[in-house]
Write a protein that binds this ligand. Structure first.
Ligand SMILES: [Zn+2]
Length: 216
């Protein structure tokens, strides 16, 4: 099967965007399609942290991810599954309405929840933030059964393998939340491959994700 190889270019300080569209259109479409199909092949379900199941993990939500992020996320998760096992996607792209839905009942900070803020002139206005999910550049992923150790392992895996171009910027405050790395720091150039999987470093403490799926 065709997969994509990644070459990291030493372009520190240059702000060349890491777009997958460096590729000729036909190859680009191939890489994107593979990425979307791979993401759709992973287990997907509601995280259970909001009041209702807003179904932001369905095919329609995967399809609206930023193309270059979908490719990075798919490569990262494919490698993670190969090395450590089970992951579940719990949220992908969200419309503004879906963002409001997931904020309903969410205990932590939530970008779509209205907040009252005071203007300089002392007026109170209602503000509603925008989540990265609405821009298609965030994906929520549960590692294994979602224990602390499993999330730490997944975060480490991203840190140890920057070639995949993703990170978990919220850390413990929002463990499943993955975003692309800033493109000015790591330029990820995609090339249709054949060969070399770059070296992948496993996380330090855990080997295999737990799973609560029946073993039959
Ligand atoms: Zn998120």
């Amino acid at each position: 099967m065709l997969w994509v190889a990644v070459a990291i270019c030493a372009s520190w300080g240059r702000s060349v965007p890491a777009q997958a569209n460096d590729l000729p259109p036909t190859e680009l479409a191939g890489a994107e399609q593979q990425a979307l199909s791979f993401l759709k092949s992973l287990p997907r379900e509601w995280s259970g942290t909001s009041n209702r199941d807003c179904k932001t993990y369905e095919d329609k939500n995967i399809d609206k991810l930023s193309r270059s992020f979908a490719v990075s996320a798919a490569r990262f998760l494919k490698a993670f599954v190969e090395v450590h096992g089970h992951v579940t996607i719990t949220s992908a792209h969200r419309t503004a309405q879906e963002q409001v839905c997931v904020c309903d009942g969410e205990k932590g900070p939530c970008a779509g929840r209205p907040r009252i803020v005071k203007t300089k002139k002392g007026r109170r206005i209602v503000k509603r933030g925008t989540s990265r999910h609405q821009d298609g550049i965030a994906l929520d992923v549960r590692a294994g059964t979602g224990t602390e150790e499993e999330f730490i392992c997944m975060h480490e895996f991203a840190q140890f393998n920057l070639q995949f171009g993703v990170h978990f910027p919220m850390g413990k405050r929002d463990q499943p939340h993955m975003e692309p790395l800033a493109s000015s720091r790591t330029k990820v150039r995609l090339a249709v491959l054949g060969a070399v999987q770059p070296q992948v470093a496993p996380c330090a403490k855990m080997r295999i994700m737990l799973t609560d799926a029946p073993a039959d």
